[in-house]
Design a protein around this ligand. Structure first.
Ligand SMILES: Cc1cc2nc3c(=O)[nH]c(=O)nc-3n(C[C@H](O)[C@H](O)[C@H](O)COP(=O)(O)OP(=O)(O)OC[C@H]3O[C@@H](n4cnc5c(N)ncnc54)[C@H](O)[C@@H]3O)c2cc1C
Length: 234
């Protein structure tokens, strides 16, 4: 049986069960300042709710579980078929699900959407930072998609649906999708113009064949990827 040897008196109590948003005076004031009065009250309520969730014991537990159970790549199923699925701990999915349901991939087209998303991201990523990566990339892919209106019409509704649909299946069958990014190369990080991946146009309109070597792909379970490459026009 363990016996008590001494009393620890020099540690602060655990920071838990608090509202991450409301406790952040600078962030709360910035939201007041930058949001249109018409959406301010709703946004404040939503952000405080997310803030309480981010500061909860539950979210802290999910974070520990997600970070101490790293993703596992399953290259094949038990019958030998190649699947390349990445298995994550359920806590990872719960964190992602809450992020997506809270509008963190859905800034575009919502009144005050960018202020709400930015503040919400600052709040929720304090629960766990890693899953913020796919959330952020999904949000950030929208302007690039909009370069091709047909493509945007197909993908944007699923990307901004606020629904997290985990699992490996065709994107067309999913009510919500995540976007990853393949930009960085060994010689091209901050300086993305230094990338050497080539995009060669194919016969089909808007289709390219990509040849190159990417260096980081943090969210390989994403449903689609924004991949940066040099096309004939640059
Ligand atoms: C956890 C993690 C996940 C990532 N996930 C992805 C992903 O999913 N997809 C993807 O495409 N990439 C991803 N990246 C890569 C990321 O985008 C690059 O790391 C980033 O662009 C910086 O590039 P670099 O690492 O080559 O650093 P470098 O560009 O080589 O920078 C090195 C240092 O030089 C400084 N520096 C660079 N340029 C200048 C300048 N002009 N003037 C002054 N200082 C400068 C930088 O501040 C830095 O301190 C990820 C990185 C991390 C750490």
């Amino acid at each position: 049986m363990a016996t008590s040897t001494h009393t620890v008196t020099n540690q602060p109590p655990p920071l838990v069960a608090y509202d991450v948003f409301t406790a952040d005076r600078a962030l709360a004031e910035a939201v007041e300042r930058h949001l249109d009065p018409a959406v301010r009250a709703v946004a404040r309520r939503e952000l405080a709710e997310l803030g309480r969730a981010a500061g909860s014991a539950q979210a802290q537990r999910w974070a520990v579980q997600a970070d101490t159970n790293p993703p596992v790549l399953r290259t094949h199923d038990r019958h030998g078929n190649r699947i390349d699925e990445v298995d994550f701990h359920p806590a990872w999915h719960r964190l992602l699900g809450r992020a997506v349901a809270s509008g963190l991939t859905n800034a575009w087209g919502r009144p005050g959407g960018h202020v709400r998303r930015a503040a919400g991201f600052l709040v929720w990523s304090q629960a766990e930072a890693g899953h913020g990566c796919p959330v952020s990339m999904t949000h950030a892919a929208v302007p690039a998609l909009r370069v091709d209106p047909e493509f945007a019409a197909e993908w944007e509704p699923r990307l901004t649906s606020g629904v997290y649909a985990q699992g490996l299946r065709p994107a067309a069958e999913k009510p919500g999708v995540l976007f990853g990014m393949g930009m960085t190369e060994k010689q091209g990080g901050s300086d993305v113009r230094a990338i050497t991946t080539r995009a060669v146009p194919l016969a089909g309109a808007g289709e390219y064949e990509l040849t190159g070597h990417k260096w980081f792909c943090s969210a390989p379970m994403s449903d689609a990827f924004l991949v940066l490459a040099q096309a004939p026009g640059g």
